[in-house]
Design a protein around this ligand. Sequence first.
Ligand code: ADP
Ligand code: MG
Length: 212
Amino acid sequence: MNSKPFTILPLKTSLLANLATLGYHQMTTIQEKSLPHVLKGRDLIAQAKTGSGKTAAFGLGILSKLDPASFAIQGLVLCPTRELADQVAGELRRLARAEGNIKVLALTGGTPLRPQVASLEHGAHIVVGTPGRLRDHLGRGTIDLAHVHTLVLDEADRMTDMGFYDEIAGIVRACPRQRQTLLFSATYPDDIRQATRSFLNNPAEVIVEAQH
Ligand code: ADP
Ligand code: MG
């Protein structure tokens, strides 16, 4: 209807061309409301229901700032479950296809640590992981988050419901103070608002109410 095309955004030509290849022409509502803030580097709290296209809303932000030549973790996405982390990693790989050799690594529990450590030693640009497994890697000194420029808390309401607050706080502390933090959630109740306030710096807030 009156949705806007991605081409109005200040995105690299390669990202725009790849979006067209993926068949993404018009932005979804949450993308249209959040991407202008994301691309300006502002912290953001974005609330919209499942299936509304939140992954590209933060994925394009990470990819816009990414330096493919630097094999340091520059984008870190926290997800509540292994399935969601794998989904997000897959979507980020599709979005990154035209950006050269971007390594997106999923680090979740329920799989052995050693292969993950080997992958980390080879280097990754973006890590998508569950809080428990990321805490394990931090505790063992097998992950370095000192170069993270974009931290995403995806499905923040579910992560908090699952009792991951302490793990998340520890991971946030291991990231640079100077970073962009993006929080995506289907709901944003007061208790999560209080708990996550310290992770964000003067965030913009966008909400897409469920239609019908
Ligand atoms: P959410 O995280 O909000 O649940 P996702 O990021 O998983 O949603 O996206 C849901 C689906 O919509 C995915 O299959 C994705 O490929 C697709 N999608 C996202 N943005 C667009 C777009 N602008 N145009 C077409 N399809 C899109
Ligand atoms: Mg999602």
